[in-house]
Design a protein around this ligand. Structure first.
Ligand code: ZN
Length: 293
């Protein structure tokens, strides 16, 4: 059975907080100082916002790099497609072609129902073929694309925008002078001097990461990436320690299995049973270690 979206098997929620250790550049569309493509935006009440999508991008690019390691891939995702770098050689490539998908449907229809004409099929027969095709596509995806999604699959992670709770607004920002750079000559242009805002180090952003239907290998990859982020260890692959460090708050994780009705009920009532995050990271990583050594 593959863990796609149509049935809910498990829901993981990781909660913690990140404290900025270096100034964070405000402004959409520019490359921020920590490698977040979208920079930081502002909430209507003035609070700085780190878009969840930006953080997802940071985690993804970390994993795209780390999962290139053959030994690590074999340890965590044995018998699975190797992590693709989406812009280079995307996984599941053949399925991006509609003719390939149609061809597969016809072949399968012939095997199951002895006709290549899909129009002759009953609704539930068509549904079965669509279901099987979706699973075929899913199996062709690398762990990074299964977690974060691609053109063929929506992905399993969601990260709501990060906004600091409470605090004194005057402590959040610092304004500095900037000088515009002339695009053509690459020299400073004093005429386009401007002010720019930074979010101060020390500002704490609560973070929530939700994931549905994680398979065992995806659990490993996810925790590897989140742990890098949490420890401020070079999540973007460029500047060690540049991002942040865990805030003073305790990191927690809840893992709800759909086969556990009590846990499901508690989840929908917002009363998840929470476990210690670091303990679960240790246990999960341990489960990948070769035994007998
Ligand atoms: Zn992929």
């Amino acid at each position: 059975m593959s863990l796609m979206h149509h049935t809910l098997d498990n829901v993981w929620t990781i909660r913690g907080e990140l404290e900025l250790t270096s100034p964070l550049h405000i402004g959409a569309g520019e490359r921020g100082m920590i490698g977040l493509d979208a920079g930081v935006l502002k909430w209507p009440d003035g609070r700085p916002v780190i878009p969840g999508s930006s953080l997802k991008g940071v985690l993804r690019s970390f994993l795209e790099t780390v999962a290139q390691n053959d030994a690590l891939h074999t340890l965590i995702s044995p018998n699975r497609p190797k992590a693709c770098i989406v812009t280079d050689e995307p996984c599941g490539r053949r399925w991006r072609n509609k003719e390939q998908r149609d061809q597969w449907r016809k072949n399968r229809s012939e095997e199951l129902y002895r006709t290549r004409d899909l129009a002759e099929l009953a609704e539930e027969q068509k549904a079965r073929i669509e279901q099987e095709l979706a699973e075929e596509i899913y199996r062709s995806l690398c762990p990074v694309c299964r977690l974060f999604g691609n053109q063929l699959f929506a992905g399993k992670l969601s990260i709501p925008d990060l906004v600091p709770e409470g605090g004194d607004p005057t402590d959040w920002y610092d304004v500095r002078d900037g000088v515009g750079i002339d695009r053509d000559t690459r020299t400073a242009k004093s005429s386009i001097k401007y002010d720019f805002e930074l979010v101060n180090p020390g500002v704490v952003f609560p973070l929530t990461i939700r994931a549905v239907n994680l398979e065992k290998d995806e659990q490993g990859w996810l925790l590897l990436a989140v742990e890098a982020l949490r420890r401020g260890a070079d999540p973007g692959g460029k500047r060690p320690g540049a991002w942040g460090r865990p805030g003073t708050g305790h990191w927690r994780i809840s893992r709800v299995l759909s086969s556990d009705p009590k846990a499901v009920l508690s989840h929908y009532l917002g009363r998840d049973q929470e476990e210690d995050y670091e303990l679960i990271v240790d246990q999960t990583m341990q489960s990948f270690m070769p035994t007998g050594r």
